[in-house]
Design a protein around this ligand. Sequence first.
Ligand code: SF4
Length: 509
Amino acid sequence: MSDIIPITPLLNAAATSADGLGCHAGKDQMLDAAAKAGKSEVLAQYAADYPKGPHDQPQSMCPAFGSLRVGLRMRRTATILSGSACCVYGLTFTSHFYGARRTVGYVPFNSETLVTGKLFEDIREAVYAQADPDKLDAIVIINLCVPTASGVPLQLLPKEINGVRVIGIDVPGFGVPTHAEAKDVLAGAMLHYARQEAMAGPVAAPRQGRSAKPTISLLGEMFPADPMIIAQMIAPMDLAVGTVVPTREWRELYAALDCKAVAAIHPFYTASVREFQAAGRPVVGSAPVGIEGTHDWLGSIGAACGVSQDKIDAARNQTLGAMRGVLASQKINGRITLSGYEGSELLVARLLIECGADLRYVGSACPATPWNQHDAQWLQSKGVHVQFRASLEQDMAAVHEFKPQLAIGTTPVVQAAKELCIPSLYFTNLISARPLMGVAGAGSLIQVVNAAMGNQARFDEMKAFFGSVGQGDEAGVWENVPVMHPDFKKEVRRQFEKKQKKRKAEEMG
Ligand code: SF4
């Protein structure tokens, strides 16, 4: 029998100077290379901002997508990637899949330009070529894994060219655990820049002018109706909703900083929170979801802004009455597990419980922070297992353990649940992309969840019809009835184990 295809580790530290390595390569070597290349400080800051857990390597999309998306969604902003061509291909594809409608800039490199430092010169040249103040407010350059590990010094780029701001950030998969947190890397860097500008002198007012009322800045990408719903909720406290961060335009950054308080609706914006706190703005965690969540959140926002108790009560009365009406007339009946990597998982979990769901598990790829602590405690008090930095394995174990009537999760969780004949919903596209706040949030979630759970009969019918056709070794298109070869499998496994042992012995020897 011929040899099986040899699989050997790709990476050594020296090899980080070559193209073609990636998130499949060794994280430790990449970190080591980056530290030696002068990136220790930025990596130490990431390690403090985005503490890791079992899930410390990308198990979802490339983290840099978060920063890229924030840049691409801003008006008058050019976003340029510096990284391996395969990474840039994937990131560009994903951006356009999500409707970027913007050009993704790319400065390519090869081993020679990387090693000789010519790549940095190429980046510099690209930035100068792009810096047209008639078209742009800012240019964002994102170092992906290999240029970060190789120490491409974006911090040496000019801070501004012809009035166009230049923001260089390192967003390696071995330093930033999720694409959610990568949004914070760029949002935080922009807020930092804008705060320095605001301290240095007058800055542009928001397009629509400054709000007459004190404003609350909202941290986190949310469904477009949610800020409007929150605005209605806080109106009785004489507060207005200000800017949503990440912003859609540079001048909105100043308005965001010019708030009375910040609502960290998504809890993982650690670098952004640091900027708001440096600007003296109080930060409030959680969000107005469900009755108890809304009651508590309105109280916290009111307290942070020094609002009188009667106005807080007026705001609560206005919203909570309507919400009680919705929750009394509609319910979710069923056992659910929930997992995702958007950072809003705990909020959805709270709302599910208040809508009547028997929720057993919530897993988030994001970390525990002061801003989701209250939600985690509330969920734990209801008997829910809360898993921060959840891995796919933990999410799957929860599905097997609790045998839910609905599994809400990431793509692989949904796929596995469907194979198990369990109705399931993809968190990112079907749950986090709909309103969550206030009455509208409750009504909308109940509708989509009940509709999905109502599909069980269809799953059973399909299962009965297809049986075990197409599973495991028999998956795919066959022209004849597949013939199993247990001896072949046994031999392959034996050879594989032999090679493993040999490799281990060589490593030790
Ligand atoms: S930039 Fe993203 S896709 Fe490329 S190696 Fe790093 S984590 Fe993987």
